[in-house]
Design a binder for this molecule. Structure first.
Ligand SMILES: [Zn+2]
Length: 343
């Protein structure tokens, strides 16, 4: 019980003094007010919201902002991630453009018997990418001045061999030159839209020091050097600076074979694993089987180390493709007609 002043004054019938209704019936109107006051202060908010639309709006807005912030935090990693295309994989084809008959094996495998001969395959390698890139590893040869005097048979212009898998010279986007020898580099001007990838040191040496006193340029055609310089001046050459470089998604080049001053070989991502296009850093399967360096090298130890490394890079031993071995077309007979799908 509490005391509330009575709004209606009462006079004592005995004294005539003003008296308060201390003990009388409570003032119902005042009680209602009090109840309302305490309720407003302490009632849980749902009831308050009914009677306080402003606060209700605030709470709805706060709830909306919390939901929005949560959504942004959860979704940010997904929305911020750039669209990453699937890693490119390649179909790998060896394409024969000529046969060089009765070549002495001792000119290919160090220490081989002098009288052994082999019909060399002259090849280029096509890497047909899921990313639309058609990359040729080496360009073969075709100029009359280069073909002249060489006893090659079954000669086809390297760019014409592409027709066997439905492509033409204009479809080639890139040409990786493993080294500047005439049978690998001479055809590099056959592909009008291609970018040429060559080691920077190979480019520098054969356009410079190789022709100075003490330089070595055996197997290098002067006109091929001039053609390379012209392509460079037309912005069609990309110089690769050293070992273990991914030049195109799924295609990595390596040095150390030292077949020429700075020859390179390539590792290629395929559905069967990594294929290694050794080119002349390993002429024949026999080099690998006998652990014998190639017969023509600037550095035999470096060549052997490169061959050992190829075994680590390739997913299987038979996915290392040698530069001139006719066995490539026996191991991989399909689709045939001078084309071997390496897989
Ligand atoms: Zn060579």
């Amino acid at each position: 019980m509490f005391i509330v002043p009575n709004t209606k004054m009462n006079l004592s019938p005995f004294t005539g003094d003003v008296m308060f209704r201390s003990y009388g019936a409570p003032n119902i109107g005042a009680l209602r007010f009090y109840k309302h006051f305490t309720a407003t202060r302490f009632k849980p908010y749902p009831q308050t919201l009914k009677s306080n639309p402003e606060r209700r709006r605030d709470l709805v807005m706060r709830q909306f902002l919390i939901t929005l912030a949560t959504f942004i935090v959860v979704m940010l990693p997904f929305s911020a991630r750039p669209e990453t295309p699937a890693p490119a994989t390649y179909e790998v084809y060896a394409l024969s453009y000529a046969v060089y008959p009765s070549f002495p094996v001792s000119g290919l495998v160090a220490g081989a018997e002098k009288d052994r001969k082999i019909d060399l395959q002259m090849m280029v390698w096509l890497l047909k990418g899921s990313n639309g890139r058609n990359v040729l590893v080496d360009a073969g040869c075709y100029h009359e001045s280069v073909l002249k005097g060489k006893p090659m048979t079954n000669v086809t212009k390297p760019s014409d061999t592409l027709a066997k898998i439905g492509l033409s010279a204009a479809d080639i986007t890139d040409v990786v030159i493993t080294h500047m020898h005439w049978d690998h580099a001479d055809g590099m001007d056959l592909f009008p839209k291609a970018k040429i990838w060559i080691q920077k040191d190979e480019y520098s040496y054969y356009t410079g020091a190789a022709w100075q006193p003490g330089g070595q340029h055996g197997g290098i055609d002067r006109d091929d050097v001039v053609a390379l310089v012209k392509l460079n001046m037309q912005n069609q050459v990309s110089l690769v600076d050293g070992d273990d470089r991914e030049i195109i998604d799924g295609i990595r080049v390596y040095t150390g074979g030292r077949h020429t001053f700075a020859s390179q070989y390539a590792g290629v991502r395929t559905a069967s694993g990594t294929v290694v296009i050794a080119s002349d850093n390993m002429y024949l399967y026999e080099n690998l089987q006998k652990h014998a360096p190639i017969a023509q090298t600037f550095d035999a130890d470096s060549n052997l180390r490169a061959q050992d490394r190829m075994k680590q890079i390739a997913s299987r031993l038979d996915l290392i493709v040698p530069g001139h071995d006719p066995e490539v077309f026996v191991k991989f007979p399909k689709p045939g007609n001078g084309v071997a799908r390496i897989q």
